[in-house]
Design a protein around this ligand. Structure first.
Ligand SMILES: [Fe+2]
Length: 191
């Protein structure tokens, strides 16, 4: 069975997929950079899962491992989308994640900022897609932006809860137990 064009050397090539709408180069590069950002976020969260596991804080560790899995899945969504559009999935290098932290405040503030930066990147992608009249991409991004706002909310909630505790070790154990029980989301007033 032949799965695409092959060089005389036997290297399997991609490129057989028809392209319904060409993608503007700047938008393509921005999508590829965003995919790398998601992989870096996954790596950063995984390092935090390790950091908390080393300190017996299993709820935080579990939460950040789940976040890591979600970020890798987000990268998968971008890879899938680029393939759907017949575009190359160029993977950049993944940065070494930060593993040395001053305190919990430092970590939770950094996590919140990381989520804000991802939102900013998604918003920039959306603007680029609009500028180039690429409606397929704006439709692809819509649910991701909605989801990202929820991620910001959760990160802000975790930091707000921690600040409420005023750095008390006993309170940290309570927060950790909340996270371990999967009951740590922000309050919701609508059904
Ligand atoms: Fe993400």
């Amino acid at each position: 069975m032949v799965l695409g064009t092959q060089h005389a050397t036997g290297t399997l090539q991609s490129g057989g997929r028809p392209v319904a709408q060409p993608m503007q180069e700047t938008l393509l590069e921005a999508l590829q950079q965003h995919l790398a950002m998601e992989l870096n976020a996954s790596s950063a969260y995984w390092a935090l899962a390790v950091w908390f596991a080393e300190r017996e804080l299993r709820g935080f560790s579990r939460t950040f491992k789940e976040e890591s899995d979600q970020e890798r899945n987000h990268a998968g969504l971008f890879a899938d989308y680029l393939i759907v559009r017949g575009q190359p999935v160029a993977l950049g290098s993944i940065n070494a994640p930060k593993q040395v932290w001053n305190d919990i405040e430092d970590i939770l503030s950094s996590v919140f900022q990381m989520e804000v930066d991802v939102t900013t990147s998604l918003n920039q992608l959306y603007a680029l897609a609009e500028q180039s009249g690429d409606v397929r991409t704006t439709v692809f991004l819509d649910p991701l932006i909605d989801n990202q706002t929820a991620s910001e909310d959760e990160a802000a909630h975790r930091l707000g809860r921690w600040r409420l505790c005023g750095g008390e070790p006993a309170a940290l154990l309570i927060l950790d137990a909340e996270l371990a029980g999967g009951k740590a989301g922000p309050a919701k007033l609508a059904d």
